[in-house]
Write a protein that binds this ligand. Sequence first.
Ligand SMILES: NC(=O)CCC(=O)C(=O)O
Length: 277
Amino acid sequence: MSNKEFRTALIQLLVSSNKNENIKRAVEFISIAAKNNAKIISLPECFNSPYGVKYFPEYSEHIPDGETTKALANAAKENKVYLIGGSIPEREDDKLYNTCIVFDPEGNLIAKHRKVHLFDIDIPGKITFKESTNLSPGNQLTIVDTCYGKIGIGICYDIRFAEMAALYQKKGCHMIFYPGAFNLTTGPAHWELLIRSRAVDNQLYVAAVSPARCMDADYKAWGHSSVSNPYGEIVCKAGSGEEVVYADIDMDKLNEIRTNMPYLNQKRADLYEIKEF
Ligand SMILES: NC(=O)CCC(=O)C(=O)O
């Protein structure tokens, strides 16, 4: 495969309350995905800790000197892959963040995305979640320059904000990764709809990577890690359990879709515009 065609792998990890075990299993799955020829591998949101505000302080780490950063750097280097490290609770000074770290195939930390839109919702009788209880939002968008092109990074709730994805497209991204953990209320309603919408809006590949569902956990993840192509077709999709799913990315296909339907160049900047950050 050339750099215009490459395989990506989404690791739908079953996250437990044992942090060391979570990291170890993530590293094992990275090696399996690399053996299956994946060049860009992603973990899910909050993969080293159960997802919940009460867990964030205990499981949080400094980046880059924490154990998770070191383990992922080694895994990227040993397997010679780009690694999108899902997210982990990050501690800096007296603040906590929900943070995605990205590594190149030499194991260098090349990006750090702090979730910019915190997940604060209250659907009575269904789900209440308030990340802002103890997390602070990130204040920057994140684009990673790779030998496979530019990749935008968002974390879960970030996928709901169409302008963010539009900016990534405007700045040259051909793919956006969203490590995420939707739930049993919003997952069936919106997970796939949002993945496909961001892909069609911007004519790019969208990958969304969830933890596996654990019915004993406080927060029950929807699962269904998926990739949409730029035409809005789901090209791979996990079930709800632990598994790795793969998608073959094809930049010629993306370019063909953009040529056939050139609506990205037909925007009315005289009427509306996405401002650059
Ligand atoms: N972890 C999250 O940000 C969850 C977002 C979510 O479930 C949603 O519906 O949005």
